[in-house]
Design a protein around this ligand. Structure first.
Ligand SMILES: [Zn+2]
Length: 258
């Protein structure tokens, strides 16, 4: 009862925070210049608890009020509109950027959110999952990153162990073991829609990039239904990236819609 009360009060101020962050996102451009310069990682003195002090540009990683990922718990039921996704196939362009395996997407695929168009730029993976549900992590999480006039929109998809995933296998087959430049596999097409679960029910909240510079410009959409991936597929990724997940951050005055 009391928690509900607090959440309701939080709702009013959370809306205010989200609105002001939306228009304060010009830092993303200046931050991206710095991105390649400061080394960061997931363990030791370059790990997540130090990100905020590694560079001035990363300050928001520790000082922010809307950081991601979060534990999806105490969510509020809301009348969320069905996802409007328009994805086309793209030639497979893959890179190991030292932090994850990333697939850069051909322009022309997009998500419509609150009437705005968000262009699909790339998707990449985390092991284990970054978001948690009721305190539990899943083996992996896929992030589809879209860019619009009002910041970024990222769709998170949980990957759980089960059947081998033939769509992911196209990416896994070309996975570079070490940090690499982008390579194009010209005779392989990939479809981002094939990586989504059938049920598109989702959580929604306002947050940040989960990697430095941790810019608070992200409309997060985390799909509830996980997609299956085999144990062997998880193992192959974890041999390249044993741990590339930022710990969950405080929800603070935000509120998590379901
Ligand atoms: Zn990510």
């Amino acid at each position: 009862m009391q928690r509900r009360e607090l959440l309701r009060k939080g709702l009013l101020s959370a809306t205010g925070i989200a609105a002001s962050s939306l228009f304060g996102c010009s830092s993303l451009i200046s931050a991206s210049k710095q991105e390649g310069k400061t080394a960061w990682g997931y363990i030791g003195k370059q790990g997540p608890e130090y990100w905020g002090s590694l560079s001035d540009e990363f300050n928001i990683c520790q000082a922010g009020n809307s950081q991601s990922p979060v534990n999806l718990q105490a969510t509020v039921d809301a009348d969320l509109t069905p996802l409007e996704i328009n994805y086309k196939d793209s030639p497979l362009r893959i890179i190991n950027n030292g932090h994850t395996i990333q697939v850069n997407y051909q322009p022309g695929s997009f998500l419509t959110l609150d009437g705005e168009r968000y262009e699909l730029l790339q998707f990449h993976f985390h092991h284990p999952s970054e978001h948690k549900v009721e305190g539990e992590a899943l083996p992996m999480e896929l992030h589809l990153v879209h860019k619009g006039k009002k910041g970024l929109a990222v769709i998170g998809v949980f990957l759980k162990e089960g059947k081998s995933n033939p769509n992911l296998q196209k990416v896994w087959k070309e996975m570079p073991n070490r940090k690499s430049s982008e390579k194009t596999i010209s005779n392989v097409n990939i479809s981002a829609s094939d990586l989504l679960p059938e049920d598109k029910d989702y959580y929604r909240y306002f947050g940040s990039l989960t990697t430095p510079p941790c810019s608070e410009t992200v409309h997060w959409i985390v799909l509830k239904e996980p997609v299956e991936i085999s144990t062997q597929q998880v193992n192959k990724f974890s041999q390249v990236f044993p741990m590339n997940a930022r710990p969950v951050q405080l929800v603070k005055r935000r509120f998590l819609l379901e």
